[in-house]
Design a protein around this ligand. Structure first.
Ligand SMILES: [Zn+2]
Length: 396
């Protein structure tokens, strides 16, 4: 084992110049979700040159890809690559580090595993910041039959094991009577009044919701000039809860209230999802512990703490199907907040370079243990199955 650990780390050392070059190239050409063609080209070229079997366009997504070594062999692990950026601030979420760390871990693991069996997969998952590329890829079977799925995310602290919230994205459209505002004397049939009433109700409702239940919304269509009453108004909302069953209850009350306001204002209402539902992310604790051991081997001391994140992520849906981890890692003197220009700058410089190599090493060491220790795989699987049995009402 020790010998193999040394081999893994030296493989990453060998790959370091290439990995840093890829990270810098993707960082300097930030692309929004579903338009990451430069990143797709850069990542898949690296893999193809190293003999990986690469397919792109899975799940109907033009910028997704999957790369295999030992396709169909078992056991199997996958490393996830995210590579989309944010408008205006570029790689303010550091996805250039995520994809390159996964690439480095996968290739190093492949070099050390040669002839030992097992499958290694790299899954390129576009549009994490917007439409959640992992969900169509999951439906397309790209995550089938995996013993472990892993990735890392640059962060502001080391958080290895956590859960995230389930999320439903709903669009509410009120329609009513359009016309000259000065002529239509009363507010009966006024779609803007209906939408405003709905927002006022939400303000009160939010105060009564239990912990971890959240509702946030914005008006996206509310008329354009004061003397024309709009025929319809629209708003978009994110509803979040710890579990899907709570989310379903929230949705029910939300829709009932929208309908009741429509009735009382002489308008009609349609409530419909505008993005796929995100399921809660359940980090696999056994796998997370192996990752912590890998970090210790790399002289990074951190412990498993069970945290509840307030956001939602598309890896949530993956984690309900196969065991997964999504650890956040940082180094000293790092940026203080994600999605900022400061973060974008850090992930393109020496701080990001060092973090990327550390993450690639930790992922490779973890992947090696999963592929080579059967007892570990059965513990990971048993934990996952236990979770699946205990959480009913899971879709995906
Ligand atoms: Zn991110």
């Amino acid at each position: 084992m020790l010998n193999n650990q040394i081999k893994l780390l030296s493989a990453i050392k060998e790959l370091k110049p290439e990995l840093l070059a890829i990270s810098h190239a993707i960082h300097s050409r930030p692309e929004l979700g579903n338009r990451e063609f430069f990143a797709l080209q850069t990542l898949t070229t690296f893999l193809q040159e190293k003999g990986w079997q690469v397919k792109s366009g899975a799940g109907g997504l033009p910028t997704s890809f999957v790369a295999y070594q030992g396709e169909g062999k078992r056991p199997a692990v996958a490393f996830l690559a995210e590579y989309d950026a944010l408008p205006e601030i570029g790689h303010g979420c550091g996805h250039n580090l995520i994809c390159t760390a996964s690439l480095g871990a996968a290739e190093a693991l492949h070099r050390v595993m040669k002839g030992k069996g097992g499958e290694i997969r790299v899954i390129g998952t576009p549009a994490e910041e917007t439409t959640g590329g992992k969900i169509p890829l999951l439906k397309d079977g790209l995550f089938a039959d995996l013993d472990a799925v892993m990735m890392f995310h640059p962060g502001i602290s080391n958080v290895i094991h956590f859960s995230s919230l389930a999320l439903e994205a709903l669009e509410v459209t009120f329609s009513g009577k359009a016309g000259h505002s000065a002529v239509l004397k009363n507010t009966w049939g006024d779609s803007l009044q209906a939408l405003l009433k709905f927002f006022f109700w939400l303000g009160d409702w939010k105060k009564l919701l239990p912990q971890y239940c959240q509702v946030d919304g914005v008006i996206i269509e509310g008329g354009s000039v004061p003397n024309v009453r709009p025929a319809q108004t629209k708003a978009r909302f994110y509803l979040r809860a710890l579990e899907e069953k709570t989310l379903d209850l929230l949705m029910k009350e939300f829709i009932l209230q929208a309908q009741s306001i429509a009735e009382n204002t002489g308008t009609r209402v349609i409530v419909a999802p505008f993005e796929a539902r995100y399921l809660p992310f359940k980090s696999n604790e056994t796998l997370a512990k192996v990752f912590v051991q890998s970090l210790r081997h790399l002289k990074i001391k951190t412990a498993i703490e069970n945290c509840q994140a307030l956001g939602s992520m598309d890896i949530g849906n993956v984690s309900q199907k196969v065991p997964a981890i999504h650890p956040y890692l940082t180094l000293e003197n790092g940026p203080s907040m994600l999605h900022t220009a400061e973060f974008a700058q850090a992930v393109g410089g020496p701080w990001g370079d060092e973090l990327l190599i550390l993450a690639a090493q930790a992922l490779a060491l973890t992947g090696f243990k999963v592929l080579n220790k059967e007892y570990l795989r059965s513990r990971i699987k048993a934990e996952h199955q236990k979770h699946m049995e205990s959480s009913f009402n899971v879709i995906g």
